[in-house]
Design a protein around this ligand. Structure first.
Ligand code: GLA
Length: 702
């Protein structure tokens, strides 16, 4: 091929790709792979609802689907509780009604996510096969009539789950209107069965892990309180307090049980499901921790989660932490597959979100990386435990007052899909979270006042106010993209993890460890080196002692003056280049004048240890110092208090979502002129009333 012919061929090839929508401009730091959450042939931003056609006469379906289409909704999740309708008697599968619902939805351009119904096994199943019912820790099987009553470890139950999932996938795995699958529902809140088969499985799992009882006895230090095991069958399922090693392994087994329960359904579906059909699960945000989510989400296409406020109003930090943590599980965009249609029915006070707040919340979701938002639910069943939950349509079949607000937001999503195509959240700052550290601290809090979430939130709030974008990730992933990594309380730091973190610092990163870091190994045992254990040498310092505090104590240093409460560790430094940034004031004598924060340059980076739970002012000062010394600047620029800034980056530049969560109207001056996409004009300043939203395209960002 001559040069000219090759040139012409290249131009033709690019034009074909552009026509097919497959060509995108890429730059060095632009992601080129479309996020798996954005479905080929569908809008980049989707909005949907959870619909239960099995609860309504078929004549009604057309009306509901037309109403959904009129409200610009384009996804419906269905069937996740419809087992007794899909298999009314053992082996008697009835999918024709589901097929009709899917076809009818298709006519209205509503894509379907099918849920496997395994969170609600039917009565014929649990009554004929009682070993499928979960046994509670008091030894009693749960009664039929609620949900999450199946035993995740029952092989009989798994067989039934496999069959229903397989039958569904055989029937709908190639259905053009079924875009993906959700397995089960909220994974049974992580509840386990305490029956003898489960205990035997746990013992077998331990045997596979430790090989010999000698190894297990040694790692759990079972000589303490005569806990030594001579036989695998002697090992109990922990109920309440037990050996910390045993408790850690039971929790890991819980993760294994749910992950293999999930895998059983993936294996049933994958051979029949078209490759473009995704498989996900609906998780419950940062706060839900009985299962290690880094492990269970690995085999899924992407992470979806259920975002509820409950009592009160949306707190952008609390909601942002959950989004960022869910996004951090696979370091990919997410779906909010369920969210609050105004109010719920399970909180202490089921107040409604304010007018405008539901829309603001949906845009908050998008700003933090959601590509779909779906309201639970379209219309409440006329009976059942959730009769008086919020919905988009009332019992009379007419719109609830909230529906127009949802429809407006859905229309905005549909209109702006082009600019969100292939965009992701990209951050310079990461917070580390680790389920094993969370369990370890919660089992031995040492002071009931120790609140890991509150500590995480204090750093999140202060750092996000400066950087305007944060990732929350596992300590074990590659951290090289971050200028600053903060681990508020990484209790478990085995040798390998320490090496990984030390390498991050050596390569130029700034690692900040909070109190209680590096106390434990992977067996939940104490590391025989003072905290932060295997990182003490790099720090050039160590924790001499930790104290649960009865009252707050003063602290001061180059970071300023403030207070430490709940927890304080005093440090000792050895090399002269380890710097003390804060010291405790008068306290219990032991802490008086001792170092509270130590920092040291190490390799090409820096490692810092913060020994106490700092007052908000000190967290703010620490955040200023950390971000400044790590070269971090705001993603957008200064904004008034109450304005939440979110940024997504893609091949065409940055898209900012600004939301006013402050009570009053705010005026925001932009760093430079941008395109206001909701107003369709160029702006240098935006006025945002309470819950007001601006979506701004900044093509200069790349
Ligand atoms: C959960 C469940 C839904 C529904 C909602 C109600 O998230 O997944 O089935 O019960 O709560 O808020």
């Amino acid at each position: 091929m001559t040069c000219t012919r090759f040139g012409r061929w290249l131009v033709a090839a690019v034009l074909t790709l552009i026509a097919a929508g497959l060509w995108q401009q890429s730059s060095a730091d632009s992601p080129v792979q479309p996020p798996p959450t954005q479905l080929p042939g569908h809008n980049a931003l989707l909005m949907g609802t959870d619909w239960y056609p099995e609860q309504w006469p078929e004549e009604r379906w057309e009306i509901d689907l037309q109403m959904m289409e009129d409200a610009h909704l384009n996804v419906a999740r269905i069937a996740e509780f419809a087992w007794s309708t899909m298999e009314p008697a053992q082996g008697n599968y009835k999918f024709d009604w589901l097929e009709r619902a899917i076809r009818q939805a298709e006519k209205h351009h509503i894509a379907i996510v099918l849920g496997t119904p395994t969170a609600a096994p039917p009565a014929w199943l649990t009554q004929r096969y009682p070993d499928t019912l979960r046994v509670e820790s008091n030894g009693r099987p749960v009664a039929h009539g609620n949900r999450a009553h199946g035993s995740v470890t029952s092989l009989t139950y798994r067989e039934f789950c496999h069959q229903i999932a397989e039958q569904m996938a055989k029937r709908f795995g190639k259905d053009p209107n079924v875009v993906g699958w959700q397995i089960d529902n909220e994974y049974g809140y992580g509840m386990m069965s305490y029956d003898s088969d489960t205990r035997q499985m746990f013992q077998q799992w331990l045997k596979t892990k430790y090989k010999t009882l000698d190894a297990l006895n040694q790692h759990w230090t079972t000589s303490y309180w005569s806990q030594t095991y001579d036989n695998w069958e002697e090992i109990p399922i922990p109920v309440g307090e037990n050996n910390p090693g045993l408790m850690m392994d039971w929790q890991r087994f819980t993760t294994y049980a749910w992950t293999s329960y999930q895998q059983n359904q993936i294996d049933a579906m994958r051979p029949h499901a078209a490759p473009q059909q995704f498989i996900t699960g609906n998780f419950m945000g940062y706060g839900f921790d009985p299962i290690d989510h880094f492990v269970i989400t690995k085999p899924l296409t992407f992470v979806a989660w259920d975002d509820y406020v409950g009592t009160g109003h949306l707190d952008p930090d609390t909601n942002g932490i959950s989004h960022d943590a869910m996004r951090g599980l696979k370091r990919e965009n997410i779906w909010v597959i369920e969210t609050q249609p105004g109010f719920v029915n399970w909180a202490s006070v089921n107040n409604s979100l304010d007018k405008g707040e539901v829309r603001a919340m949906a845009w908050h979701d998008v700003g933090h990386g959601a590509d779909e938002v779906s309201y639970w639910q379209w219309r409440s069943a006329l009976n059942g435990q959730e009769e008086i939950h919020g919905a988009l349509v009332g019992p009379d079949g007419k719109p609830e007052p909230l529906l127009p607000e949802v429809a407006q937001t859905a229309k905005e999503f549909a209109d702006l899909q082009g600019v969100f195509r292939d965009t992701r959240v990209v951050s310079d700052v990461a917070l580390l979270q680790d389920y094993e550290s969370r369990w370890a601290i919660n089992w031995q809090k040492h002071t009931e006042k120790y609140d890991q979430f509150a500590i995480l939130k204090s750093y999140y709030h202060a750092l996000r106010a400066i950087s305007q974008s944060i990732d929350i990730v596992s300590p074990d992933v590659s951290l090289d993209q971050y200028k600053l990594v903060v681990a508020p309380d990484l209790n478990v730091i085995p040798q390998e993890r320490a090496q990984h973190l030390e390498d991050y610092v050596k390569n130029g990163g700034h690692l900040v460890l909070g109190p209680r870091s590096g106390l434990k190994d992977q067996f939940n045992g104490l590391i025989p080196i003072r905290q932060p254990g295997y990182l003490a040498e790099a720090l050039g310092g160590q924790v001499e002692q930790y104290y649960a505090l009865e009252k707050t104590i003063p602290a001061s240093g180059s970071l300023g003056t403030g207070e430490v409460s709940v927890w304080a560790e005093f440090l000792k430094t050895t090399p002269p280049d380890a710097e003390v940034l804060l010291r405790y004031g008068k306290s219990n004598g032991w802490l008086d004048e001792q170092p509270a924060i130590v920092t040291r340059k190490y390799g090409r980076g820096r490692i810092t240890y913060i020994g106490g739970v700092l007052s908000d002012g000190l967290v703010g000062a620490a955040a200023q110092w950390m971000t400044k010394s790590s070269g971090i600047s705001p993603a957008f620029g200064r904004v008034p208090d109450g304005i939440e800034v979110c940024r997504r980056i893609g091949p065409r530049g940055a898209v900012y979502v600004l939301i006013n969560f402050g009570g009053e109207k705010r005026s925001v001056t932009l760093p430079h002129a941008m395109q206001s996409l909701l107003e369709q004009r160029e702006v240098s300043q935006v006025e945002l009333p309470q819950y007001g939203v601006a979506v701004l395209a900044d093509t200069k960002a790349n």
